[in-house]
Design a binder for this molecule. Structure first.
Ligand code: SF4
Length: 617
């Protein structure tokens, strides 16, 4: 059956027309979207995708200007439309959802009323009551729980995933034929992002809406888009049906995007120490019943405060030379846990033992010395390095504080460390300006290891790096661990990275460790339903061994202020039973070096496609 063309872009060029010589941003773009079709605009950041997305809405603001071309929606000119026609196009023709949905809504008005008013502006024949009913219908369709109650609330009461759903309703309220979704899943946690993608698929099937999905992530659109248009430096470099383009890309830009996409299941996992290996080995770090609660002012009242339970009892041991990853979505407590481990913050309860000594009973001098032995590598490669210090000074600062080395000996140690992490020692007297994020992260690694610590804590250290920059740094850590037997604790939300670097994995949910085990067991035989949901939602270019229809969870975590009586995961858990509502499960031994906090752990799965060299043969 022939599908009707909905959107047509012909020879569109946009330039920054502010300077004397206009700088081209988009160059001679031509594309089309048919009714009910999903087209993905794929490209790395800076390719011009979002400028295109906004231009389709008629938003081309100074200093940008259209220098050639035409955009039509069902034959109607968008760029040349008068304000009334443009309002109608935006209300009933094209809707737009961006990465920051909070900007869609006025913070002082209830969300439902704002969307209903927008509907009536483009459909004046509809009564206020009918408009509210229509909003309610769409709120239910996008699965916003307690829809009527939510409609009456201000935007500030919505969680990240929920406000994104409300923004989708806002974009579709006028029975729009095409929705532009610009990086909509980027700021969301993986389980919520997976729900949003599933929602788009559902809306397309039920309402026949066409989507133009703008993203830099191949996994996000690989099962969703009918066709892909690849953009690079303001140009369309390739387009084609999704399966064909991904299987046989014809341009370097497409090849790079595909090559840099995360892979989990075909990756070799680091081997974990067995119970036998650690039988007589004292742990490097031992955490027992660690708790931290914060008192914060109430958001909904002028006075009073509430208690946020950030870490609700964490227990684990890490052995010399091991690499443990602590994973979980935002708000799960992993960053608080990191601050407790480094004693940047003291716990309310519980203990941290460092090589058998209780850090809580350390003297001030012992705590100062602990800093040399337990080093933190920070996340931000730009903000964490002083711009006005030479690279040598930045790396040698901790030696100045903690080591007797002086003068030439200190410089020699720093240069040796620079060489070890792959930095040219000739950079010693240079400022860091002009260095790439990867090079800067090497400076951070050098200053962390220059004192020869026994434990390194890495808080999202690789997050700011693209996959090309990540790989050599991961290799560097593997080498350091081999040669120096350093214990590493990674805090990360990136499961593809965790799969490559960690020998053991701890999964956190709402301040608790809900599962801990070897990399192999956690990835291929998850015991906790949340672990399995997290794995099935992880964006990866490979086919997942977990069926998202069975494993994905609905909803979002409850507030850490009002935790339920039983299991904190119960209202999202696909296998919850009566007992889960009343009793909170403890972290119990499941097998050798595996523990899980669940009354009904999942039966062991062994997806054939999960490769783990450590366990093959
Ligand atoms: S205890 Fe119950 S609700 Fe919690 S994860 Fe296990 S099965 Fe699900």
């Amino acid at each position: 059956m022939m599908t009707k063309e909905l959107l047509k872009v012909t020879d569109l060029s946009i330039a920054n027309v502010g300077p004397a010589t206009p700088r081209p941003i988009l160059k001679n773009l031509s594309l089309s979207v048919a009714e009910s079709e999903t087209l993905a605009i794929l490209g790395r950041s800076g390719a011009g995708k979002s400028v295109l997305g906004r231009a389709l809405m008629g938003w081309v603001d100074a200093p940008l200007g259209v220098t050639s071309g035409r955009i039509t929606l069902e034959g109607q000119d968008v760029l040349g439309a008068n304000p009334d026609a443009l309002r109608r196009i935006r209300g009933t023709g094209i809707g737009y959802v961006g990465a920051d949905p909070t900007r869609v809504f006025d913070p002082t008005l209830p969300v439902g009323r704002q969307i209903a008013d927008k509907y009536r502006a483009v459909r004046p024949e509809v009564s206020a009551k009918e408009a509210m009913e229509r909003v309610h219908e769409l709120f239910s369709l996008v699965r916003i729980p307690e829809a009527r109650h939510r409609m009456a609330e201000l935007p500030s009461k919505y969680s990240g995933g929920m406000i994104q759903r409300a923004a989708i309703v806002d974009a579709m309220i006028g029975e729009t034929k095409l929705v532009i979704a610009d990086n909509v899943t980027q700021p969301l946690d993986v389980t919520v992002a997976a729900q949003i993608i599933r929602l788009f698929q559902d809306l397309r099937e039920r309402l026949g809406t066409a989507f133009l999905f703008i993203t830099s992530s191949v996994p996000t659109i690989k099962d969703f888009a009918d066709r892909i248009v690849v953009m690079d430096q303001g140009e369309i470099v390739e387009e084609g049906p999704t399966p064909q383009l991904l299987a046989a890309p014809r341009t370097e830009a497409s090849e790079k995007l595909i090559a840099q996409s995360p892979r989990i299941w075909g990756t070799t996992a680091p081997e974990s120490l067995s119970a036998e290996d650690i039988r007589d080995m004292p742990p490097a770090l031992s955490i027992t019943a660690l708790r931290r609660t914060y008192k914060v002012p109430r958001k909904d009242k002028l006075f009073g405060s509430v208690f946020v339970q950030a870490v609700r009892g964490a227990d684990f041991d890490v052995y010399p030379g091991e690499s443990l990853a602590i994973v979980g979505e935002s708000g799960c407590g992993k960053s608080t846990l990191m601050r407790l481990l480094t004693w940047l913050e003291e716990p309310d309860d519980g203990s941290v033992q460092f090589h058998g000594k209780n850090v809580g009973s350390f003297t001030a001098r012992e705590r100062f010395d602990l800093r040399a032995q337990l080093q933190l590598v920070l996340q931000d490669p730009y903000g964490s390095i002083p711009a006005h210090w030479t690279i040598g000074r930045t790396i040698s600062e901790s030696l100045r504080l903690h080591s007797p080395l002086k003068g030439k000996a200190r410089r020699a140690r720093v240069e040796e460390t620079m060489a070890e992490v792959g930095l040219d020692p000739a950079l010693y007297d240079k400022l860091p300006s002009g260095l790439s994020a990867g090079q800067r992260q090497r400076i951070n690694v050098a200053r962390a290891i220059v004192l020869e610590p026994t434990v390194l804590l890495l808080d999202e250290t690789f997050s700011a790096l693209d996959p090309m920059e990540q790989t050599p740094l991961i290799e560097l850590f593997r080498k350091l661990q081999r040669e120096r037997s350093i214990t590493c604790i990674f805090i990360s939300h990136d499961l593809a990275l965790v799969r490559r670097v960690a020998s053991r994995v701890a999964v956190m949910y709402l301040g608790r460790i809900v599962e801990i085990g070897s990399n192999h067991n956690v990835f291929s035989r998850p015991l906790h339903p949340y672990t399995r949901a997290l794995l099935s939602a992880a964006p990866t270019i490979e086919d997942s061994p977990y069926d998202p229809n069975e494993c994905l969870v609905d909803g979002e975590p409850p507030s850490p202020i009002r935790l339920p009586k039983g299991c904190a995961f119960a209202d999202r858990c696909p296998v919850a039973q009566e007992a889960c509502m009343s009793s909170d499960p403890e972290l119990m031994r499941a097998s050798e070096r595996s523990r899980v906090a669940c009354h009904f752990p999942l039966a062991a799965l062994e997806p054939a496609s999960v490769k783990d060299a450590a366990h093959v043969g």
